[in-house]
Design a protein around this ligand. Structure first.
Ligand SMILES: NC(=O)c1ccc[n+]([C@@H]2O[C@H](COP(=O)([O-])OP(=O)(O)OC[C@H]3O[C@@H](n4cnc5c(N)ncnc54)[C@H](O)[C@@H]3O)[C@@H](O)[C@H]2O)c1
Length: 257
């Protein structure tokens, strides 16, 4: 089953609260290419400010909503606002996530639960809410989840074993979603970023730290959030209609090394 998206359509983007994060660049790229956007984040004040800014810049409808994606009631409350204030949800981009710099022996119940709850269970709750609406609308859709190179290489300094496990779970959620939702014209793919120049690794990266991180990247530099946004823009477009269940590296070639 192929699908033609409605002319007025919404992309839901989680993790758009961080001023230098990937989510904002994705929201900007999608608003500029004709999507209305719901920007969601646990930092409600930040995402609401950003929504006002982006609506002013683009003339699109942009709604900022506070949510904790690991809490199903919070996700449902966010979607109730989306249902009321925006056109049909056609794309869901799950970027909200947290790192975990803990070693195997440092991980306790609370650390394990939080890193799995936000990165994996939160992704599941968002998929459930978005796919329900895409099926009801009968127009198909696009789900893009966010894994990490850490799921493959076991991690670095700021993202160790617990995070690697959670981001590997995201790959399973993506493939299961692709298999189950395909018959409804919904594709489900994962992006797999390598080091990207945001603040997730404990603050703004110094030039020295970037140089250290670049040593095993064939392109010899860390990525920019705009470069991740470009991939996501393609994956939510109608041009990606036969790409399903894939995990696309956006890592400058780090996965080959
Ligand atoms: N930056 C990188 O190097 C890199 C590499 C691989 C994967 N990733 C993944 O890409 C995604 C975006 O990363 P980023 O670098 O933009 O991170 P970031 O820290 O800049 O942004 C993450 C956002 O998620 C939000 N968030 C955290 N917990 C939440 C929750 N429970 N509910 C709702 N929102 C919540 C934060 O408030 C923040 O705005 C993350 O999933 C991250 O794991 C990033």
């Amino acid at each position: 089953m192929t699908s033609t998206f409605p002319e007025n359509r919404t992309a839901v983007v989680t993790g758009a609260g961080a001023p230098r994060g990937i989510g904002r660049h994705v929201a900007r790229a999608l608003a500029a290419s004709g999507w209305d956007v719901a920007v969601l984040d646990i930092d409600e004040a930040s995402v609401k400010d950003f929504a006002g800014e982006l609506a002013g810049e683009t003339g699109r409808t942009v709604v900022g909503i506070g949510v904790d994606i690991s809490d199903k009631d919070s996700v449902e409350a966010a979607f109730a606002i989306i249902d009321r204030e925006l056109p049909p949800v056609v794309a869901e981009v799950n970027l909200a996530g947290i790192p975990s710099p803990h070693t195997i022996f440092e991980i306790d119940d609370a650390i394990w639960d939080r890193v799995m709850d936000v990165n994996a269970k939160g992704t599941l709750f968002m998929m459930q809410a978005a796919a329900t609406r895409m099926i009801q609308g009968g127009h198909g859709g696009r789900i893009v989840n966010t894994s990490s190179i850490t799921a493959y290489d076991g991690g670095g300094t700021f993202s160790k074993t617990g995070y690697a496990a959670a981001k590997a779970a995201v790959l399973g959620l993506t493939r299961g979603g692709a298999r189950e939702l395909g018959k409804h014209g919904i594709t489900c793919n994962a992006i797999v970023p390598g080091p990207i120049d945001t603040d997730i690794m404990g603050g703004t990266l110094t030039d020295e730290r970037k140089a250290g991180m670049s040593s095993d990247i064939p392109l010899a530099r860390v990525g920019q959030p705009q470069e991740v946004a470009g991939l996501i823009k393609f994956l939510v477009s109608e041009d990606s209609s036969f790409v399903n269940g894939d995990s696309v590296f956006v890592d400058g070639g780090k996965h080959m090394v």
